[in-house]
Design a protein. Structure first.
Length: 451
């Protein structure tokens, strides 16, 4: 075991070979991992004294009485209560929580934004978060918020956790490192990270500038969708999700811990790094997932299935089949359906659809929906292919065609999404978006026959 001498570095298990992220496969597994041999007690959770003088501490992500509890036992250098214990309210005006309905902002509409540009400012994970929409209510743990992050600076002696939410991070540009209590997760575009509620972490820039999307889930955790008749394979496979191996910092340094709690931000001071968990076991852990391992299943003869066929993760709302949030991925795939209008159909949906483009071109919108850009088709508002996509798809010679150079996603929630002031006024809203449908022509002339 190598002990790093750089006070900012982490001791890494099991190789000690420096700062690299190591992972264990599986979604919802009961993991166990230790950065020093014997850090985990054998066969029990609360020995009278722990090895190495560690403190045992449980992080509960579900009620104690939940029928399938999600919790992790941490063995750490100091218990988490060892901070100043005084919380001072701070302002992060761009990170907004539901309910947040602004009187003079109209959320009813079809909206699309160009990528939010970077600025010259040094922005961290906390100061670079820009809320676009909110839905539901953070206080009752229902709904979500969508954010864009613009991050150019690492957090230094600064840590964060959200008591309000689980964060689903979808990078579009740059590479980020999440140094968490339970280990290190690195993410790049075409990967995602899931950071559970209550987990403390610091975010570092590995390669900047970084831009991406965040779905802040106020409700029940994301889980893998039941695959029903599809069976046990394809879509997202559990083994492709990776939890980090234990890694810890033994570092004395005056530090700040920021907590998001009921939509407000509070700071407290701490004299050491809180990333001091030497070993842990349990099933409540951060994860990463490579979106390129998502195996899409689709129509192999005719017609266009509902986009739920592309669900990567779903966060239940308590009403079966009606998610608080579905995370849906539109990636490269073959289009083979015969005598079929292949792009998404025109539709209205009770769910609210917020989309982001990770790279390439989306089939329903060949122009205008660009990488880093977002769109919102809110509850029960009609949308569908633009004029160009419609004409092309209804006249194309239907051969097997590979949809290449495409990766977009959707955060789809059962709740209407409300625009923030930033989304309405500051972000690059495309005022002419709805014109993409304006010259769709009337083809009906009363005579039968396909036109
Ligand atoms: O609106 C969208 O582009 C997303 C979407 C895609 C699709 O294939 C079917 C329905 C749907 O809402
Ligand atoms: Fe849609």
């Amino acid at each position: 075991m190598n002990r790093q001498t750089d006070p900012h570095s982490m001791i890494q298990a099991p190789s000690g070979a420096g700062i690299t992220a190591g992972y264990m496969p599986g979604f919802g597994n009961d993991f166990e991992t230790e950065a020093l041999p014997g850090a985990l007690p054998e066969g029990m959770n609360s020995p009278q004294k722990c090895n190495y003088g560690l403190y045992g501490e449980q992080l509960s992500g579900t009620a104690f009485t939940h029928e399938r509890p999600e919790r992790t036992w941490c063995y750490r250098i100091r218990p988490s209560v060892k901070h100043s214990g005084r919380y001072a309210r701070i302002d992060l005006p761009h990170w907004v929580s539901a309910p947040h309905v602004i009187e003079d902002v109209t959320s009813l509409g079809q909206y699309r934004w160009d990528p939010v540009p970077h600025s010259d400012a040094d922005l961290t994970w906390l100061t670079g978060m820009r809320t676009m929409t909110t839905a539901g209510d953070v206080n009752t743990q229902v709904g979500m918020a969508s954010h864009i992050y613009l991050v150019t600076a690492s957090m230094k002696d600064a840590y964060f956790y959200s008591a309000d939410s689980e964060l689903l991070v979808v990078p579009q540009e740059g590479r980020l490192r999440f140094c968490t209590e339970l280990g290190i997760i690195d993410v790049a575009p075409q990967e995602i990270a899931i950071l559970p509620r209550g987990l403390v972490y610091r975010v570092e820039v590995l390669e900047g500038p970084c831009r991406g999307f965040v779905c802040e889930n106020y409700g029940q955790k994301f889980e893998l969708p039941g695959r029903g008749p599809i069976g046990a394979n394809c879509m997202a496979n559990p083994r492709d999700f990776k939890a980090p191996v234990a890694a810890f910092e033994d570092r004395e340094a005056p530090s700040t811990l920021t907590i998001k709690w009921c939509g407000q931000f509070h700071e407290t001071q701490i004299g050491h790094s809180p990333l001091d968990v030497v070993g842990w076991h349990g099933n409540y852990a951060p994860l990463k997932y490579d979106l390129k391992t998502y195996c899409p299943v689709g129509a192999i003869l005719f017609d266009h299935p509902d986009p739920s066929i592309f669900t990567v993760l779903t966060a239940p709302s308590g009403q079966p089949g009606t998610a608080n949030i579905d995370f849906v991925l539109f990636r490269e795939r073959w289009m083979v359906a015969e005598d079929t209008f292949r792009p998404p159909w025109y539709h209205k949906n009770i769910m609210s659809e917020l989309m982001g483009n990770i790279y390439g071109q989306y089939d329903a919108k060949p122009k205008g929906f660009v990488p880093g850009g977002m769109s919102l088709h809110n509850m029960m508002l009609p949308h569908g292919p633009d004029k160009t996509a419609f004409e092309r798809a209804s006249n194309a010679k239907l051969e097997a065609e590979k949809l290449d150079n495409t990766m977009s996603f959707m955060f789809e929630t059962r709740f209407p999404q409300h625009l923030t002031r930033f989304a309405a006024d500051d972000a690059p809203l495309q005022d002419d978006y709805i014109d993409c449908w304006s010259d769709i022509e009337k083809k009906f002339d009363g005579t039968p026959g396909r036109k």
